[in-house]
Design a protein around this ligand. Structure first.
Ligand SMILES: C[C@@](CO)(OP(=O)(O)O)[C@H](O)COP(=O)(O)OP(=O)(O)OC[C@H]1O[C@@H](n2ccc(N)nc2=O)[C@H](O)[C@@H]1O
Ligand SMILES: Nc1ncnc2c1ncn2[C@@H]1O[C@H](COP(=O)(O)OP(=O)(O)O)[C@@H](O)[C@H]1O
Length: 292
């Protein structure tokens, strides 16, 4: 049997760090949503006890270090599954970009295997397993719009934001999330974004208020390590974006644009000096349609 599952990227509309915890992780408050830029995970059931993994991208590990492999392994152990799976990842989401590509691949693998092996687990149960794999995996299991708290595993669902265009631009290099958190000094954070104001803007379907309340406390940290990120943000503002922010720990910067013609103009202007530019839609909900 064969299942194909979409693994959409996320963007952070807000990202706030409250404090560093005793376990080394940071206590977060974020508002995240999904966009129409997705990997595709193809899963084929194997009648013997083996996990195989291949990807279209040479930039991700093709062995047990891949988050999709880890997800399959964890699910097999938890549910005592005596079968195997062949996983193929068609990579579209840039790697180490602040877009949760690996976490979304892991989450899609959990959703797909739940169907393939007819396990009958709820999204909540899959999210609990996902939390053991990475902080962003529970959000990606639901792949909707939500406030995320704790390490990212406490999720409060929100309605999808009003439709708009999202222009993404990523510098050539990737960024290590651990390095960015390692450089952050929580007591030096000057401006905290308001999670509640962003949630209220989304609940009232107010595009302008969403633009006004974008904020990410990791942005200055990543920008000081990678000045190119600031240059891209400045260009996006100059080229007429409605609002611009770095996603997650970066280095991808996204612009929100209401009008398609302006979004297209922004893409054309950016292509001159940035290699990786994408024009996508805000999704905000889990698109359950199969991609095969
Ligand atoms: C920052 C965020 C925001 O959405 O996204 P990305 O930039 O990675 O997309 C996430 O919290 C990232 O989630 P994820 O990429 O799953 O992180 P993990 O693998 O769990 O953690 C990677 C490393 O980041 C640091 N980390 C992560 C999450 C957190 N709440 N506090 C931390 O200090 C830890 O050093 C950890 O070892
Ligand atoms: N399926 C996967 N896709 C992308 N990266 C993966 C995957 N599995 C493991 N990784 C590793 O996870 C790290 C973070 O990648 P990714 O999830 O793309 O970025 P981010 O955490 O910034 O959103 C990379 O260093 C990559 O090698």
């Amino acid at each position: 049997m064969y299942i194909s599952e979409k693994a959409p990227a996320k963007i952070n509309l807000t990202l706030d760090v409250l404090y560093k915890r005793d376990d080394g992780y940071h206590e977060l408050e974020m508002v995240m949503t999904t966009i129409d830029l997705a990997d595709r995970i193809d899963l084929i059931d194997l009648p013997y006890n083996e996990i195989r993994l291949e990807s279209s991208s040479g930039l991700v590990p093709q062995d047990e270090r891949n988050l999709a492999y880890l997800a399959a392994k964890r699910l097999k152990e938890k549910m005592r599954i005596d079968r195997g799976v062949s996983i193929y990842i068609s990579k579209q989401i840039p790697v180490a970009a602040g877009l949760a590509g690996g976490s979304s691949d892991a989450a899609a693998t959990l959703r797909g295997l739940n169907k393939l092996w007819k396990l009958g687990l709820s999204l909540e149960e899959l999210a609990d397993i996902g939390a053991e794999i990475g902080s962003d995996v529970p959000f990606c299991v639901y792949s909707h719009t939500a406030i995320a708290k704790g390490r990212g595993e406490i999720l409060i669902p929100l309605p999808p934001p009003p439709p708009c265009w999202v222009v993404l631009a990523k510098p050539v290099h990737g960024v290590s999330t651990a390095d960015i958190f390692g450089q952050l000094r929580v007591d030096e954070i000057r401006v905290h974004p308001s999670t509640e104001a962003m949630a209220a803007a989304i609940r009232s379907n107010d595009f302008e208020a969403i633009c006004n309340h974008l904020g990410n406390v990791l942005e200055p940290v990543t920008m000081s390590m990678y000045p190119e990120v600031r240059k891209i943000k400045d260009k996006m503002i100059q080229f007429g974006a409605d609002a611009v922010l770095m996603s997650g720990s970066g280095p991808t910067v996204f612009a929100l644009v209401k009008q398609e013609s302006r979004a297209q103009r922004l893409v054309n202007s950016l292509k001159g000096f940035c290699q990786h530019v994408f024009l996508v839609r805000m999704l905000g909900i889990l698109d359950q349609r199969r991609t095969k």
